[in-house]
Design a protein around this ligand. Structure first.
Ligand SMILES: [Zn+2]
Length: 137
């Protein structure tokens, strides 16, 4: 899914990698900025990679290391202006409209492990859910 607003492009992708008998989920957030195309990638294998125009700018292979994720998020926010979660919220706002009331605002509510429900701000209608396989593998 791709969205453009004020010249920005936000792309979110996810998939599966690793051996067929033991696959891991990965997620990628890519944002186009004046200073390059930034990608924030996390995988169930426990890595975080940030690249700019496909060149690795930050790499952490053990996301359980204290502070590793915060360091990655801070770096991404410094380079792109927003944290990955803020970019995802932006993407969500731009792409979804409540089928019940037409409102464009949403908030997330945690459900089962790895699952988030997307709730309409206008009428509390559940408009969708995000599911991260990597969180439960
Ligand atoms: Zn609604």
């Amino acid at each position: 899914m791709t969205t453009t607003e004020y010249g920005r492009v936000i792309t979110v992708r996810n998939g599966i990698e690793g051996p067929r008998h033991d696959p891991y989920g990965w997620e990628e957030l890519t944002v186009q900025r004046p200073n390059g195309c930034w990608c924030y990638r996390t995988g169930g294998l426990g890595y975080i990679k940030i690249s700019r125009n496909e060149g690795i700018m930050f790499e952490q292979n053990d996301d359980t290391k204290p502070g590793a994720e915060k360091e990655a998020i801070d770096f991404f926010a410094r380079m792109t202006g927003l944290t990955p979660v803020q970019w995802l919220r932006t993407e969500m706002r731009l792409n979804r409209r409540c089928p019940s009331c037409g409102a464009k605002g949403y908030h997330l509510v945690g459900g089962y492990p790895g699952e988030e429900m997307i709730i309409c701000d206008g009428c509390e209608h559940v408009v969708g859910s995000n599911f991260n396989d990597a969180a439960i593998i």
